[in-house]
Design a protein around this ligand. Structure first.
Ligand code: ZN
Length: 220
């Protein structure tokens, strides 16, 4: 499996593809819809580089493993090494802004959670992270004022705004960097707003990040 980070203008980010660090329950309305309490501290998990596939191409869903849910998220491409940094340094280390689907094997995740076991199988499988191209961070505008939308088969399913994040980008990256060094080429997913649901083969998806990005894709 290979993947190269690219910018929307066609240029390549010339960054290696690294790990994907994610936050769960970063939007209160999403935590509520899954009957999860709002965590006192950011709830972090990771997807390996092998989970990344291009969002713009039809992406394959795992078969025979129960329901796969979509979670539409703003993705940040890291351009500088960030280790135990403050918020200003963290912000300056963002290279690009994009879109990701945090695909989740929800049945398997629920089973693992009920047994108190780690979620990796539900979140880190091959193809679990369809990822868009990136817009340079300088062109994206205010990162906490971006509308995120997902339309499935013509029906608007997710419609949130990054202003609703419980942990805004600067504090989230600073927090992550206290535990995991972020390297150039790593990607951070910033959580999903409410409206998550199952995605099935043949579904047509429109994924939008405000005026920055619009991706049309299909699950297969
Ligand atoms: Zn997520």
């Amino acid at each position: 499996m290979s993947y190269q980070h690219c910018y929307a203008d066609g240029s390549s980010a010339r960054l290696p593809v690294g790990k994907v660090v994610c936050i769960g329950r970063n939007y209160a309305d999403h935590a509520k819809e899954l009957n999860n309490p709002i965590p006192a501290e950011p709830l972090l998990f990771m997807k390996p580089a092998t989970s990344i596939v291009p969002m713009a191409e039809p992406f394959a869903l795992p078969k025979g493993l129960g329901e796969v849910h979509f979670e539409t998220e703003m993705a940040l491409l890291i351009g500088e090494r960030l280790s135990k940094v403050d918020e200003a340094t963290a912000l300056a280390g963002i290279s690009g802004v994009g879109l990701a689907l945090d695909l989740t094997l929800r049945d398997i995740q629920s089973q693992l959670k009920s047994q108190g076991q780690p979620w990796e199988k539900a979140k880190g499988f091959d193809g679990a992270c369809p990822l868009s191209v990136f817009v340079p961070v300088a062109d994206a505008g205010d990162l906490q004022q971006l509308q995120i939308r997902l339309t499935v088969n013509g029906e608007l399913r997710q419609d949130g705004n990054t202003s609703m994040m419980l942990n805004p980008v600067a504090s989230l990256l600073s927090y992550i960097s206290q535990f995991f060094t972020l390297e150039p080429g790593d990607v951070v997913l910033t959580g999903t707003p409410a409206g998550v649901g199952p995605v099935r083969p043949g579904d047509k998806l429109w994924v939008e990040l405000d005026r920055c990005l619009r991706v049309e894709t299909e699950a297969c």
